[in-house]
Design a protein around this ligand. Structure first.
Ligand code: PEP
Ligand code: MN
Length: 337
């Protein structure tokens, strides 16, 4: 349920309702809006709870939350959530771009690409140190050494590091180096990992599982929100369909759909979404046109030599042009990139 306070309700009245909610065995979550404060009361439905709260002083009304995802829903919070960390700002009228290689491969590689994507206007540097690979024989990432190199790249450029965390026991290690914790598509429903990320004070980038429905995606985000981390970004990265001309199928209707459903920012990954370098820039532009709040794009100084996902990596020159083109679309939709 949501307890909607009257405009101008006092601090004490809000506090009193919070206490009442907790006495009823529910969890409270205060959202201070521009006009009024609302308090979400979360937990198992209790008989009589609605009436008990409705009579509180300063309460305007008590309404049920219909969506299964409570804290992610626009029913609870209408204003878009903006995630800002270092030079990366994602949400509302700002489009943030996260760019870099699929994996951190060497000091030279990551420092070179960090400088190049920064010059092109990216605010975040991506690069996996812990890599989820389909085959156990493929390159698995540089692990902690990779994180150290990412931190060095951040120190040199000021870019926000976005890197994947694959296991709950690695969250504190990765959070020491990263500005944003990426939860990969394969781990979207790894609930202990989502809760560990929820306990962390770093923003999260949650990638959609390739076969997850929108409800499953939003409920996965709900795990992170419910555990206490409010800075969650959703990432559409393509789903598995019968179609095989692209690696995955990138459904861009996800973007306006999620904007109607949740206040969380939506990032699009046209690299994994298409799996073909030549399709990445056009789909990045389409994502901006559809209202995406951010892009995450694979860029490599020499895609041919990449240890993972070279076939979908942009060269720095193509990435620079993509940024120029996406900026024009951003202006057309009233945003800044
Ligand atoms: C990645 O970003 O390199 C990655 C592994 O993405 P996903 O989890 O979407 O497959
Ligand atoms: Mn990749």
């Amino acid at each position: 349920m949501i307890v909607v306070m009257k405009p101008g309700a006092s601090q004490q009245q809000v506090q009193h309702i919070v206490e009442r909610i907790e006495q009823l065995g529910l969890r409270s979550h205060i959202i201070v809006g521009t006009e009024r404060t609302v308090i979400a009361a979360l937990g198992e439905k209790r008989d009589g709870a609605k009436q008990a709260l409705e009579t509180g002083e300063g309460v305007e009304k008590v309404v049920p939350i219909l969506a299964p995802y409570k804290m992610a829903s626009t029913e609870v919070k209408k204003e878009p959530t903006v995630v800002e960390t270092l030079g990366l700002k994602i949400g509302r009228d700002r489009i943030g771009v996260i760019a870099g290689p699929c994996s951190v491969e060497s000091r030279e590689q990551i420092l070179e690409i960090a400088q190049l994507v920064k010059e092109a206007g990216a605010g975040g540097l991506r690069g996996g140190a812990f890599k989820p690979r389909t085959s156990p024989y493929s390159f698995q990432g540089m692990k902690e050494k990779g994180l150290e190199l990412l931190a060095e790249a951040r120190n040199k450029t000021g870019l926000a590091i976005v890197t994947e965390v694959m296991a709950p026991e690695h969250v504190s290690l990765v959070a020491r180096y990263a500005a944003v914790l990426q939860v990969g598509a394969r781990n979207m429903q790894n609930y202990p990992l989502l809760e560990a990320v929820g306990e962390c004070d770093k923003p999260a980038l949650l990638k959609r599982g390739p076969s997850a429905t929108m409800d499953e995606f939003l409920l996965a985000a709900e795990y992170i929100l419910k555990t206490g981390n409010q800075r969650v970004m959703l990432c559409e990265r393509g789903i598995r369909t019968f179609e095989d001309h692209t690696r995955f199928t990138l459904p861009l209707a996800t973007v306006p759909f999620l904007h109607q459903t949740t206040h969380l920012p939506i990032v699009v990954d046209p690299s994994h979404g298409t799996g073909k370098a030549s399709l990445v820039a056009p789909m990045a532009m389409a994502a901006v046109a559809a209202g995406a709040d951010g892009l995450i794009v694979e860029v490599h100084p020499d895609p041919e030599k990449a240890l993972s996902d070279g076939f979908q990596a942009l060269t720095p020159a193509v990435f620079r042009q993509m940024m120029v083109d996406c900026r024009k679309i951003a202006v057309a939709v009233g945003k800044k990139l």
